[in-house]
Design a protein around this ligand. Structure first.
Ligand code: SF4
Length: 280
């Protein structure tokens, strides 16, 4: 069995927090440049040019691409052939603390949703863990999640009879209601199936996919294309000021569900769709 070095986990999480905030993903930048080609609205084009300039400055000067440097969402995949001596969750939180301090990233976590007292170090991270049978690796994805886009997300339990049209209507409703709040052009993650909480997690996981991939499930792949067209036809446009490009892409992840349920979740990432990963 391989023993995991928890000091390394802390170091790597700190690095990923910083790099996710400073360096836009190549796939995201590629999609923003494609959007600039497609956009017809002069205001929309100008916004996309400014986003490209902003992301370039952030990378060159090593500063955050947005003032909202997010709550630290961490996806942890642990192989069953890995031995962990100690508290891996504390090691991750120590990394978040270190990264947000050393990278001059805004601390955006409050202790309780009602008393709103800032924890002052951006912890605790939101950590999702999966076991991987037979593997001796640990994969860590750090995804700083901004409040503006997260607030426009939701979960709804539809009746199965609502079908694919019900799903599409719900998502379009969410995009229109969100308008410019999630800082479009956005990445739309859709979770279909499972239960109430599983659907939300599926939608969040969908946001971790490479923006250029396609769902291997033909039903989901078709829905991704159809939703992208419908969302871009809403006319919301870059930053909600009108235009052809409202979403950069749509990702649909699904899971089996109860015969009486059709859970649907929408989780939105803004144009600063941030996530970086490491395999240890
Ligand atoms: S939604 Fe994204 S771009 Fe807009 S303020 Fe939040 S993190 Fe920044």
């Amino acid at each position: 069995m391989k023993e995991l070095d928890l000091t390394k986990v802390t170091e790597e999480v700190a690095r990923l927090c910083i790099e996710a905030n400073y360096f836009i993903g190549k796939d995201v930048m590629g999609k923003i440049k494609e959007a600039l080609e497609k956009e017809e609205s002069p205001v929309g084009k100008n916004i996309l040019e400014q986003i490209i300039t902003n992301d370039g400055i952030a990378a060159d000067d090593q500063v955050p691409m947005c003032q909202d440097t997010g709550l630290a969402v961490v996806f942890l995949e642990v192989g069953t052939e890995v031995k962990i001596n100690g508290d891996i969750y504390e090691a991750i939180n120590a990394g978040v603390r270190k990264g947000y301090e050393e990278g001059y990233l805004r601390k955006s976590a409050v202790r309780h949703p009602l008393d709103r007292v800032n924890t002052k170090d951006n912890t605790p991270a939101i950590i999702h863990t999966k076991l991987v049978p037979g593997s001796d690796k640990v994969k860590i994805i750090v995804a700083p999640k901004g409040g503006g886009s997260e607030n426009m997300s939701y979960v709804k339990m539809l009746a199965p009879a609502a079908g694919v049209e019900g799903v599409k209507n719900l998502i379009i409703e969410a995009i229109k209601a969100g308008g410019g709040n999630p800082c479009p052009p956005m990445v739309v993650g859709v979770g279909l199936g499972g239960t109430f909480e599983k659907a939300a997690l599926l939608a969040k996981e969908a946001l971790m996919r490479d923006l250029n991939d396609k769902s291997p499930d033909p039903v989901n792949a078709k829905l991704e294309d159809e939703l992208l067209e419908l969302i871009n036809n809403t006319g919301v446009g870059p930053l909600g000021l009108g235009g052809k490009v409202t979403a950069l892409t749509v990702k649909v992840n699904s899971y089996p569900c109860h015969i009486a349920s059709l859970p649907v979740a929408v989780n939105i990432n803004c144009h600063a769709a941030r996530h970086k990963e490491v395999i240890l």
